[in-house]
Ligand binder design. Structure first.
Ligand SMILES: [Zn+2]
Length: 439
């Protein structure tokens, strides 16, 4: 059967002229080719991809050869200044070439970059030949030093961004705690802390606060380019504690410092700190009939003992002059400070004194004068602290401390005017908030 068919085909073909046969064969071969290649493309995606890849690489090469503009690659880097860092070491770490760093640090007004501080931020733009294009030393949210590449040197200059201040009023009624209720009303942490500091001299925030107490205040917010950067200072604050009202107004004195005063010009600070050791607890109170822990006899305890870790700093509770710094029997290493004609304080059992603490030296309130220890007659590390008024022992936990210096005579007239303005601002805000709340 097959042989018969082949024979028939050969017979038909033999009737065609030879030229026609060639054409037919070529056409058939072409058709085979098309079918083969198209099936290859459809079947294998990966071979298709590699084909395209090759094409694109070729294209890129030809572009580079044609000298098409390629922009300079600029890298933006940021570094925090660490201990023992210098401008040189930081830039070296960021990959800047040494020769360029030398050019930069030898530019005019290079002194502006001479004192970079630990913890601050340095922003640098570096080009692809590892040279600095620009540098920004950020001092704080509003100021710093900039260096800009100009031909072969650098232009270094200080800058100060424009700031805007706006006032914020808040009134907080205490139902829980001064802190929690303040946060609930949207007061920032730092502002609450300032408030505690300002009124902490007059109000014991742990024992004196009652539900229903309230406070209102005006504080500043500082903006740069419309962005809030800082919760600033409290300008005025009023605290209603049980039945008493405390008001503190911030004022910049002619000597440049700012302090808080009452509307009459009384300093809100006291002449003495409540406690001479920050992190401590009272281990023994003032007691005129106490049994001495070592001598086991009834001897009055004419001071307060603060238990704290050995080596904890001891602070001068008020401004004054060192009257004695040395060793005295039971007291061990002792410091006595004379604050005024009437007041003096005494600190016992110190581990050691601070450097430069000696008789006749002036000290400021809060200044570290020594460290907690157990020298002299002491069972363990603690500070024995005494408060003398007119030469007599007094219980430091009960004595009513005098106020710190009031506003001086030269500043007083202007202060009273400022205080009245602030008081009426506060009043206006309070009335406005009340009327809004009652609507
Ligand atoms: Zn004691």
């Amino acid at each position: 059967m097959l042989r018969k068919t082949l024979k028939q085909i050969r017979l038909i073909l033999s009737t065609y002229p030879r030229r026609h046969l060639y054409l037919l064969a070529t056409g058939f071969a072409l058709m085979l080719c098309i079918v083969f290649f198209s099936s290859m493309e459809l079947d294998s995606d990966s071979s298709k991809e590699s084909l395209y890849n090759q094409i694109s690489i070729v294209d890129l090469d030809s572009q580079v050869n044609k000298d098409v503009f390629v922009p300079e690659l600029i890298e933006f880097k940021k570094a925090e200044i660490k201990r023992n860092d210098s401008l040189f070491s930081i830039l070296r770490r960021l990959g800047v070439i040494e020769k360029n760093i030398i050019t930069l640090v030898n530019s005019d007004t290079n002194n502006l970059l001479a004192q970079i501080k630990v913890g601050k931020i340095l922003e640098v733009e570096i080009n692809d030949s590892n040279k600095v294009l620009s540098l920004n030393y950020i001092k704080d949210f509003k100021s710093g030093v900039r260096a800009q590449k100009t031909n072969e040197t650098y232009k270094i200059e200080e800058y100060e961004l424009l700031t805007e201040k706006s006032l914020v009023f808040r009134r907080v009624e205490i139902s829980n705690s001064l802190y929690a209720d303040g946060l609930r009303e949207g007061l920032p942490d730092s502002v609450i802390m300032d408030l505690v500091y300002i009124f902490g001299w007059d109000i014991d925030f742990i024992h004196d606060i009652r539900p229903g107490d309230s406070y209102s205040l005006i504080y500043e917010e500082v903006f740069v380019n419309g962005e809030k950067k800082l919760d600033g200072d409290i300008l005025i604050a009023e605290f209603l504690n049980q039945n008493s009202t405390h008001i503190a107004i911030r004022y910049k004195l002619s000597n440049g410092t700012s302090e808080y005063f009452s509307p009459e010009g009384r300093n809100v600070k006291k002449a003495f700190l409540r406690s001479p050791v920050k992190f401590s607890y009272i281990s023994s109170k003032y007691n005129l009939k106490r049994k001495h822990p070592i001598l086991h006899t009834i001897r009055s305890h004419n001071g307060v003992d603060y238990a704290a870790k050995r080596g904890s700093p001891v602070r001068a509770t008020g401004d004054g002059t060192i009257f004695f710094a040395g060793v005295k029997n039971g007291c061990g290493n002792e410091i006595e400070i004379k604050h005024s004609e009437d007041y003096s304080t005494r600190y016992c059992h110190l581990q050691k004194f601070s450097t430069r603490i000696k008789k006749g030296k002036k000290v400021e309130q809060g200044q570290t004068i020594g460290y907690v220890g157990s020298s002299g007659l002491a069972t363990g590390p603690h500070l024995h602290y005494e408060f003398h008024v007119n030469g007599k022992h007094t219980d430091p936990l009960r004595v009513k401390f005098p106020n710190a210096e009031p506003i001086n005579a030269g500043d007083k007239k202007e202060y009273i005017e400022h205080a009245n303005n602030m008081l009426s601002s506060l009043k206006n805000y309070q009335i406005l908030t009340n009327s809004l709340a009652s609507k």
